[in-house]
Design a protein around this ligand. Sequence first.
Ligand code: NAP
Length: 356
Amino acid sequence: MLNYESVDPIETAITESLKSKIISRPNPWVGAALVPKDCQDDPKKWFLGHTQEFGKEHAEVVAIKAAGRAALSSTLYVTLEPCSHYGKTGPCTKAIIDAKISRVVVGIKDPDKNVNGSGIKVLRESGVTVDFFPDQDKLKIIKNLLPYLWHRVNGNPYFLLKMATTLDGIIATRSGDSKWVSGETSRKAVHFLRATSDAIVVGVATLKNDDPELTVRYGYDKLIKKQPERIVFGEVLGSFKATPYLRYSGEVNKFCESFKDKDFQQVMIEGGSKVAYEFLRSNLLNQITVFMAPKIYGANDGITMFSGIGTDLIADLKTGSFESVEQLGEDIRIDYLSDITVKFIESILEKNRNEN
Ligand SMILES: NC(=O)c1ccc[n+]([C@@H]2O[C@H](COP(=O)([O-])OP(=O)(O)OC[C@H]3O[C@@H](n4cnc5c(N)ncnc54)[C@H](OP(=O)(O)O)[C@@H]3O)[C@@H](O)[C@H]2O)c1
């Protein structure tokens, strides 16, 4: 617990939170840095914590336990508002008050209906000073916690489309061959995305053509409690590697509504192009993650990322923003956020802006 990665406790807490991204689900992945009195400039004396697996300790409690008596009159930096209710564990606010921490610096408020400002209220009523991270750090946390926040605010899952493409946007050749468009490093990254998803969706053509297992592997399977649900769009007979899976036939909007108030935070759409098109046209996609390989199909008879009818005008194109672009082995990974997600981020930041 005495390791440290940065001289900024805010950055340290954010970095710490990422360690929980797979293990804490369905709890939010939270990080904490406890800075004992007069130790602000000495990161070696800080105590760090991140949320443990579901039902176990939250980040704040891990840091407080590690600190022991050093928690007295300390400052605790935590990326998400501490909980104040009895869930699987006791309230973090109680642990903070009992440890006689003087000041808590919170990243953002937790919109979960059981928290939603009550954690901050309880702390303040008990005489603990509560301050907030600066806006640029709030923004980092909002982006890190997107599926959790989206789910808690809207009651339905965050829909992420993943595709492996050539430079010219082809996902399979004219014969349907797609193994493998992208390289090994990208494929490992896909398994990380699966590990952070509650369900994986494919179309029946992808199931028949590729016979994918649709499981989390590459070692991430050891960190998850349960494999994501596998869902196939369309009618299919026979047994495939992804068996057992759920089947769905019908409107994508209705499909999305079926998750209302269920504990599915992120649903990953893995293609093919017809299923991807349906989600795109229904404005349901929050994020598109593309693994683009330095390969060119070089013709117009391959399978494109989306297959369906297009539009006449550029003004009618779907818009969003590139969140990040990263070189992954020989490929490039692009994370694109759709307009609905960009607006959502702005609205959450706005709700947290007046807190300081
Ligand atoms: N590079 C990549 O990342 C990647 C990823 C996935 C797939 N692929 C490739 O993409 C190709 C398959 O793509 P595709 O566009 O041909 O097919 P697809 O999207 O995988 O499946 C389309 C089929 O799913 C069924 N379906 C879709 N929406 C439905 C709905 N709302 N309700 C009921 N059924 C529904 C329909 O089956 P029926 O027509 O039987 O009704 C439809 O024809 C394969 O070659 C695969 O290798 C590549």
